[in-house]
Design a protein around this ligand. Structure first.
Ligand SMILES: [Zn+2]
Length: 464
């Protein structure tokens, strides 16, 4: 039975993109597991596609922390990028203001979703020296060359190029025929450093004033904090090529004694109503768009409803169902006499083995959620033990953190930032003269126990 506690730990297996197989995870040092994830490029609100990678990382790191005594999780912030420069210009604000605001919004969104912060969150602009040192070394050892103010990585200099993504460099070259920059020796060569105009962000370097290419950022930051070899590198499957292939090439050529990442974990993409999310299709959803419609925890549960390597289809119906499932789980906690928030729960409760085994099997979250349902059945029938196990197992996925009372009172457990986001959304709807939407948001806030006061100075709010 799934609620039987088990003290021996299951073996974690993960699907490694490079081995193209699900394999047992063997850390370099079992006393200290190391994980790197590519973080956001901060120029706009995060969308729910971004969130899937962050949530996969969150469940993985929570599980690793349960299985190993120490885990260091590094997730960077990309705060220099041409998209940032373009957006700052379009907004008429300076780059630092844009990146700081967007970073804060990203942190607030993830906090609302219960995503734990990384142990180290390096910013690219604070690591330019490390990037320059790597680039200089790559030039010295013949893996990079300077041309017209650019420094390029020579793909042909690295025999194992393509081994991670499984792409053949010859195909790559044929595919990249369009608009090959004249300073490149080969079409697949990619930028490590590029020159900056006076109105672009730039740093002095041996190759002139310029800025780094995107790929070198992660190589430099992972090396600085995790060394030549670390355990797990993760991100969305859209990063596998070229970003991760290029990171790997740079790092292995720069530090040939190391292995860079031992395991590569890639989550599949997210669809909205069966289609790829895009601004042009009008189905582009930021995290805040969804948080305006449902409790953050419902979005979290919905996204964990598919195993991370399966395509996930986001729908309104799915969101509503996730909410009903949470109603059921919180009712089960209550029926089993667990009425506190997770923060007040005892920490020495054994992890239900069914949940733990499901997650240890390449993060099989749907199976783990099925285990929660089984525990909920028993708790609804009055089992206190099952309710305690439900709370504990759910916690491993960052679920059921509120008390049942908080959940049923409506988002009393949601932070002020969620309320602020809803109010900002309502204001935007009013400005756009979408009064039906604005009213719906007011009703939703009211249902959460939030009373709005519109004054000439703006909208203030208080909890009822
Ligand atoms: Zn990266």
């Amino acid at each position: 039975m799934s609620d039987a506690p088990q003290r021996s730990q299951p073996t974690l297996s993960l699907h490694d993109s490079q081995r193209r197989a699900t394999v047992p995870f063997e850390p370099i040092n079992p006393e200290h597991v190391t994980v790197y994830y590519c973080g956001p490029t901060v120029y706009d609100l995060a969308h729910i596609g971004n969130l899937r990678a962050m949530l996969t990382a969150d469940v993985l790191v929570r599980l690793l922390r349960h299985l190993y005594p120490r885990v260091t999780f590094v997730r960077n912030i990309t705060d220099v990028d041409d998209k940032i420069t373009a957006r700052a210009r379009a907004n008429g604000e300076d780059i630092a203001t844009l990146t700081q605001r967007t970073t804060q919004e990203f942190h607030a969104d993830l906090a609302a979703l219960g995503v734990l912060p990384p142990d180290i969150e390096p910013r690219a602009t604070h690591n330019i020296g490390e990037m320059q040192a790597m680039i200089a070394r790559l030039i010295d050892n013949g893996h990079a060359y300077e041309a017209e103010g650019h420094v390029l990585f020579s793909v042909g200099s690295f025999a194992a190029y393509g081994a991670l993504s499984g792409r053949n460099p010859d195909e790559l070259e044929a595919g990249a025929r369009v608009e090959v920059a004249p300073y490149k020796k080969a079409a697949g060569d990619f930028v490590l450093w590029k020159p900056s105009d006076a109105d672009q962000p730039g740093w002095d370097s041996p190759w002139g004033r310029g800025r780094p290419g995107w790929h070198i950022e992660c190589s430099a930051m992972s090396h600085r904090y995790l060394g030549d070899s670390f355990d797990i590198h993760g991100g969305g499957s859209d990063l596998l090529f070229p970003h991760h292939e290029n990171e790997r090439a740079q790092s292995l050529c720069c530090f040939p004694g190391g292995r860079f990442a031992n395991y590569w974990v890639h989550n599949a993409m997210l669809l909205v109503d069966g289609e790829k999310m895009s601004k042009s299709l009008g189905n582009f959803l930021t995290i805040r768009d969804v948080l305006a419609q449902a409790p953050a925890e419902a979005l979290r549960l919905l996204l964990l409803g598919a195993q991370y390597r399966s395509t996930l289809n986001y729908t309104q119906a799915g969101l509503a169902e996730a909410r009903r499932t949470l109603d059921r789980f919180y009712r089960a906690l209550e029926a089993g006499g667990v009425t506190d928030a997770a923060s007040a729960a005892p920490t020495d409760v054994p992890m239900p083995s069914g949940v733990l085994e499901a997650l240890a099997d390449d993060l099989n979250t749907p199976k783990a959620i099925a285990e929660l349902h089984a525990l909920a059945d028993a708790a609804l029938a009055g089992s206190h033990e099952a309710a305690v196990a439900l709370r504990q197992g759910a916690g491993l996925m960052g679920l059921l953190r509120a008390s049942p009372g908080e959940w049923f009172r409506g988002a009393a457990s949601e932070g002020d930032d969620v309320i602020d986001a809803l109010i900002a959304e309502r204001l935007a709807a009013r400005k756009a003269r979408d009064f039906a939407r604005a009213d719906a948001l007011r009703d939703e806030l009211q249902a959460k126990g939030i009373i709005l006061e519109d004054t000439r100075e703006g909208t203030s709010w208080r909890r009822a």
